[in-house]
Design a protein around this ligand. Structure first.
Ligand SMILES: Cc1cc2nc3c(=O)[nH]c(=O)nc-3n(C[C@H](O)[C@H](O)[C@H](O)COP(=O)(O)OP(=O)(O)OC[C@H]3O[C@@H](n4cnc5c(N)ncnc54)[C@H](O)[C@@H]3O)c2cc1C
Length: 635
């Protein structure tokens, strides 16, 4: 009698964090029998760090994920306790929605969703080994083994292990081999991954202390309220569907005392003593890094954010640290409004194993292990949103591959998701990768507000956007197109009413009699589609998202057209496919560094080859000539 259970699934997902949940939901919703493992069922969709979803560029990822049929947007629309559109003073390309989350309610809602999805099963067990077999150019996945010896067979496995592999939590000289919040770490899988030839590295990230709100003097801080207009993340939700009282966040600052406390104790910081070996995120620095690297900065912003309605815990955003406990207490109490702070949880850093994503194809499948996919923090990214979108793409691709269908790759002109994954699998990164709008060349096209226009059809074709949602989307497209053409053809005459209106907004009056189109008025910086309602009697009743698109499409039409031109060029190079089996060492015209990098990455096309650091334009010319010769030979 085999004293270990043995079961078969279509898809195995290792991890129930933000990546794991999206991967498992995608494959189960596509009809595949899916099992999702986690070391603790209570950590499903855990938010171990900042209590918010979205923000600059991260809001774009959430909207894109929702447009494709992912879950995070719908979940945060249920669990948010404050919502705010950031960067509204800037152009629409960088408008970014951020919602403060009630962490427990977010977990509650995501858990309810995953536990009630057909074909999806959850198991609390540590996966400790990968089962593979040799094939021609590498290995093939056949399943996993858990630390109890149970065997789970499958042709597709998605690794979403986050910050748990050989996790170590550190503050001062306190060091514990646990996952976040004292949860169990996963200490066996890394060895099995390395035995299969996967190269692993060590990254770190950190989180600030949590303080009891009853011990905070908010009268000494600046209140940060949410927006009156509640804009949902999900395209399936409307503001009117969401009635909610919002809570506030609070703004205070560090000061010279705080900085002196840190400087005086920097030798006791595990970060500066070298005890922490993992590489941390440059764009989420610890307070000790900020104070040491920017000594002239008089103060640093600290946002006090509620962790939820069910608790008094407040998150000290901007004060991430791994300094010793006594230093943390002195540091926190040196800050205005926190003089009597009661710390509930100390700040700490966490080190964990992750992979170099150069080992992955743009589908997030390992190049050398067929059927094994990887997503989330394990790929060297940082952030709930970055993890969720990778989980979704890996889950969809594992499922489609299991169904014998083509896998989905979004490119840099389709979505921030495409930029994120292309950067991870193509470029070298030596620290946790955080998404930023500056990483996206075509960000005027990749706006948050038009994520559905860019991706809804793909989500529907995949089968994760329902027909009902898609019909509503098509209606929206029609309304936008109709209203834009109405604005392009409707003429504002040079009459008293129009000129009074123009005068009211300090806009140039219409002198000649011919009049101008409403669209040309919208293009004036001081005017927009909403304002023109005053002189537009036949204006139809249109949903806010339609009105928003009409305004942006008309107002930025010139910029958008120019960026579409650039995308045409980009697509041309992306279209020049490179054979998978080239040994670049044989292309003598290439420099040695380029040969090595090209053999490591095995780019799919000329465009991707051009983005590999160490591959020069001269090397690209060699590749283009080589492709030309190949084509002539074929002909
Ligand atoms: C202390 C700390 C500070 C952070 N600071 C920041 C920050 O400042 N900025 C930021 O953007 N992000 C930060 N993060 C990261 C953020 O939490 C992650 O980006 C996000 O949670 C990653 O999601 P994920 O799904 O990849 O992994 P996780 O959310 O870590 O989930 C991993 C899942 O895998 C499971 N698992 C792992 N190994 C196994 C195994 N062998 N067998 C079975 N199950 C397994 C775990 O149980 C868990 O369910 C921080 C995280 C921590 C812990």
């Amino acid at each position: 009698m085999n004293n270990h259970i043995e079961e078969e699934f279509d898809i195995i997902v290792v991890g129930a964090g933000h990546a794991g949940c999206e991967a498992a939901l995608a494959s189960a919703r596509l009809g595949l029998k899916t099992v999702m493992f986690t070391v603790s069922v209570d950590s499903i969709a855990l938010m171990p760090c900042n209590p918010n979803i979205g923000g600059t560029s991260k809001g774009h990822l959430v909207c894109e994920l929702d447009a494709l049929g992912g879950e995070m947007g719908k979940c945060i629309d249920k669990a948010f306790i404050q919502t705010k559109m950031l960067n509204v003073s800037k152009g629409p390309a960088v408008h970014s929605l951020r919602a403060q989350a009630d962490k427990q309610f977010y977990i509650h809602e995501m858990r309810k969703t995953v536990e009630n999805t057909d074909n999806l099963y959850i198991k609390q067990a540590e996966v400790s080994e990968l089962i593979t077999e040799e094939i021609k150019d590498g290995l093939k996945i056949n399943g996993v083994v858990t630390s109890s010896g149970a065997v789970y067979k499958s042709k597709k496995v998605v690794l979403c292990t986050g910050v748990y592999l050989n996790a170590r939590c550190i503050y001062g000289d306190v060091s514990e081999y646990t996952g976040p919040n004292g949860l169990r770490a996963a200490n066996h899988l890394t060895k099995s991954m390395m035995d299969k030839g996967i190269s692993v590295r060590r990254f770190k990230t950190g989180t600030p202390a949590r303080v009891d709100s009853r011990s905070i003097d908010f009268s000494k801080m600046e209140e940060q309220k949410g927006d009156d207009f509640i804009r949902p993340f999900s395209f399936s939700n409307d503001p009117w569907d969401i009635e909610k009282d919002q809570v506030s966040c609070w703004l205070t600052y560090t000061n010279e005392d705080t900085h002196n406390i840190i400087r005086d104790n920097i030798d006791r910081s595990p970060l500066y003593s070298g005890d922490i070996k993992g590489t941390g995120p440059r764009y989420c620095p610890s307070i000790e890094d900020k104070v040491m690297k920017f000594p002239d900065k008089e103060r640093h912003q600290i946002f006090i954010e509620p962790e939820g309605l069910y608790t008094n815990e407040m998150y000290l955003s901007g004060l991430s640290s791994s300094l010793p406990e006594d230093v943390q207490h002195a540091m926190v109490r040196s800050i205005k409004g926190l003089e009597n702070a009661q710390i509930v949880r100390n700040a700490y850093a966490i080190e964990y194993d992750c992979i170099d994503a150069n080992q992955l194809k743009p589908t997030l499948e390992f190049k050398r292990i067929e059927g094994l996919y990887s997503a989330g923090q394990l790929n060297g990214s940082s952030g709930y949103e970055e993890a969720a979108v990778q989980g979704f793409m890996a889950g969809v691709n594992a499922a489609r591959s299991a169904l014998g269908k083509d896998e989905i790759v979004l490119d840099r002109s389709d979505a921030y998701i495409g930029v994120l994954i292309d950067d991870l699998v193509t470029k070298e990164s030596f620290e946790p990768y955080r998404m930023m709008t500056s990483r996206a060349e075509y960000r005027l096209l990749l706006r948050q507000d038009n994520a559905d226009i860019r991706l809804r059809k793909i989500g529907h074709d995949i089968g994760l956007v329902s027909d009902e949602e898609y019909e509503a989307f098509e209606d929206k497209l029609k309304m936008i197109a109709d209203e834009i053409s109405r604005m392009e053809t409707k003429i504002a005459g040079s009459n008293q009413r129009v000129n009074d209106f123009l005068n009211k907004y300090n806009s140039a009056l219409l002198e000649n009699s011919k009049g101008v189109s409403f669209a040309s008025l919208i293009r004036r910086p001081e005017l927009n589609y909403e304002l023109l309602e005053e002189i537009d009697d036949e204006r139809p009743e249109l949903p806010w998202r339609v009105r928003e698109q009409v305004n942006i499409e008309i107002k930025y039409e010139g910029y958008i057209r120019r960026q579409l031109q650039q995308v045409k060029q980009f697509k041309k190079l992306e279209g020049k496919k490179l054979p998978k089996d080239i040994d670049y060492k044989e292309l003598s015209g290439l420099r040695i560094e380029a040969q090595q990098k090209l053999n490591l990455i095995k780019p799919e096309n000329i465009g991707q080859a051009g983005r590999i650091s160490g591959v020069s334009p001269a090397d690209i010319s060699v590749l283009l000539i080589y492709l030309e010769q190949l084509r002539n030979k074929k002909e």
